[in-house]
Design a binder for this molecule. Sequence first.
Ligand code: CO
Length: 424
Amino acid sequence: MANKKGITRRALLSGTAISIVPASSIAQSIGDESPSWMKTPGSSFNEYGFPSSQEKNTKREIFQPYEEYAPGSGVAMTPLEKLEGIITPNGLHFERSHNGVPNIDARQHELLIHGLVKNPLVFKMEDLLKYPMETKTYFIECGGNSFYNSNAFPIAIDRTCGSIHGLMSTSEWTGIPLKNILREAGVNKEALWLLAEGADSAAMSRSIPLEKALDDTLIALYQNGERIRPEQGYPMRLVVPGWEGNISIKWLRRIKLTKKPTYTKDETSKYSDLLANGKTLQFTFPMEVKSVITQPTAGPIPLKKGPIHITGLAWSGLGKIKKVEVSTDKGKTWKTADIDGANQPLSPVRFRFNWIWNGEECSIESRATDSKNNIQPQRKEWSIKYGLGHLYHNNSIQIWRITPDGKVFNEYDDLAQNEKWSEE
Ligand code: CO
């Protein structure tokens, strides 16, 4: 299928494109010029493996807005542009902490179930590990993900995909359905909400409707097959699938059944949504349908004209992904992308779209539709609903502008809006 000039268009579009390997490098692979690592024994075994030292730039980007007096408050963002598939390696799962990662002794740690229950219960880890468990693949997205493209940043700034959208990660979570523990405690009829509290020094706490707790909420003990990492909530966390990540309380220590929401500091001072009309929405839980192209995106290596494999992630906190479309002409026309593998509710899909770039200035963008027919909005459509500085629940379309020299930039769709904000 390939010719000496490179990849044929037909080969690319049929997915069978191969690259040309110069004959000189084939000789090196099989002949006397074997590489040094074929001439000496390899290194010995590791008790716990690490990535190749050459991949040390595949790392989270850390943002500590109060570095001097609260270094544990901030985020570490998943480098989405460096990853493939849908699962995030445990060491690269995003982190959001309000006062650092507690150093919890799992043997002393307890989970208390109390409030409007017939039998208040206290669990040690050894008790919980005996319960029947289930495994599910769910994304967790911080309510403040994509804040660099929110109303807090009226001008599009030049950042990588992960450093804009990397407060979304996906794991295979294993744990105990919360409904089984609540059933054992015996929830009283008047209980409609619960308070979940973490054992960190911010005592992170949120109110959760009982209905969600009895549906698909997990007390997760394992992440991608191993015990949850300290920064992800060791020894246990809630996973409240599809809902803003802050509710998936890490370092879980207490669940209290209540009649009404508790109105904790973490759901009044934060995680509420200022509208353009001056009103504020509270308890906006699901993360709405969203997608982002993870490659190609802004980065140090310029694109070359010719075949480009566009890929990215799409997800919805309201169900499955129905379709992902890609536009390469500033949103004038849209084409359906291919989706990899199984499509599970509240789990991202990986999408792919083969494209040939003609070397001219253009932009690429993706748009997801979920199983409830929600369509990902344009940024200007999203932005105008909310007040100045609002940053939560930003599910708007990411545009990557490509200049003729192959550089890729973050771009907003409404330049007039940019100017309006900057005058205020
Ligand atoms: Co919300």
